[in-house]
Design a protein around this ligand. Sequence first.
Ligand code: ADP
Ligand code: MG
Length: 568
Amino acid sequence: MSRIAILDEATIGQIAAGEVIERPASLVKELLENSLDAGARRIEVVCEEGGCRRVSVVDDGCGMEREDAVLALQPHATSKIRTARDLSRVRTLGFRGEALASIASVSSVELVTRLRGAESGARLTARAGRITDLEEVGAPEGTAVTVRDLFLNAPVRRRYLRSPTTEFGYISDCVGQYVIAHPEVALRLVHGGETALHHPGSGERLDAVVSVFGAEAARQVLPVAAPGETCAVEGFVSRPGFTRGTRAWQWFYANGRPVRSRALAHAVERAYHTLVPAGRFPVALLLFTLDSALVDVNVHPAKSEVRFLSEGDLHRFTERAVRQALQGVDLTTHLGAPPAPSAGAPLPEAADASGTPAPAAALPLSWEASAAGSRAPGLPEARAQIHDTYILAEGPQGLFIIDQHTAHERSLFEQLMSGCATDLLRPMPLTVPFVLSLTSREANAARGNLEALRSLGFALDPFGRDAFLVRSVPAALGGGGCETALRDTIEELLQEQAPQTLDARREKVAALLACRSAVKAGDRLTLQEMQAIVRGLYEFQSRFTCQHGRPTVILLSREELEKRFHRS
Ligand code: ADP
Ligand code: MG
């Protein structure tokens, strides 16, 4: 007897449904996509018990005629493509013709629809893949689909559903994603009789951010806009001070379709490199418009993953676009209310918007040299030091509270990286070169990084098997503690995740040097020294956090002070 059999229709349907319909949120996703494809301007999503009991999606879209409504529930029935050739240029969210069929095969469905301009509508019910009733009814223009008894014939699936609260969380994320993508559509999400999300459909994407994430988040985001012929991106990213513990608020879209992408998440991470602490994630809502030849949407049954044909280019493009959004904006952490989202004017006399630091004198080793220099207008002026740790500086915007160590560290780091700290990196020849003996592993690491070390002012010559003669150290170290600094540096290079490229290694070494050479918390400073730190910090765009992502400056704005003292 043959062991292979062709499966019956119902089984095929259930298997296919397994790929598309994972949980109640999948219903919401597919139904919402259909409503958007139907040109709806107003959509209401109603669910009960996290969607496990009921999900309804009601729209005012184009509707269907009776015959189409019957066809819509069949597998591979779609109005959106005709042949495989159309796949490469689909503009609609749906195209597989499987969603309604999949939903119907694992639940009870009621579909009420009236074609725009038609006399009457149709009402159709189906259960476990079979149409149970079809009648003519009066109905508003548009379509209403109600799904009940999800997984009625798939008890295992049913058991895997999480609590209603968890399931509703997925639903609300899903609805939020489409609100961000379609700010022009009025959308309401109701759960257990209560409105959980309401977006009026103003068409403004920032309003959509308010509807989905709240007013505070909307104040904390910066617009991203990078137009282009084959690839463009728009959306928002958050100020570095506003982060989350997970990537849950990073949403990416390819041609209007929410997609998951590690590559894009990584590009965002790169753009925020050194701006946010490890383990914190900025908000990123990035909508890409791509030439349809550059993206394959047909690689995932739920269409939640796509393949980008030149991922490397897209990665670079994204990193650049996000960096641009962060540039030229005052990212100072505020005490009290931060400024309105777009009002982040750069501080006067900060580096210009191109991000190139002014070629001003590097933060000096001899403080006097620079502090004596002319004081740029608008540059905060150091007034006092408290706890031997914080500098209080006054600027036109208000009171700046500056962490002396992180601030100094940051500006040293920037100077080292931008190469304008020639003074700091000037190799300082040692009058008495010393021998550095290492373990063979360390020696290996050192040998592989001689160039990176040299570009930072350490000149090492091989000296016997696992030893080096150190002839010079960077002037930044001022001779003191240079052996420890060098050992630390080499140890750093030995770490398992040691960076591979020369640039990345230089960055590591520079970070270490900056940290070592910067003034410490607890160091008492003169006003001149404080002013030199303020000045050094304000020459760089990324002055708002140290390279570990901790804030360097906190601003208590004049407005905030006035508000607190009831002066306004
Ligand atoms: P797809 O969206 O991939 O075409 P679906 O199974 O989701 O497949 O829907 C099948 C067809 O039913 C769609 O192509 C569309 O013509 C029609 N349809 C589904 N939902 C709606 C709706 N809300 N309004 C109008 N037409 C709809
Ligand atoms: Mg669809």
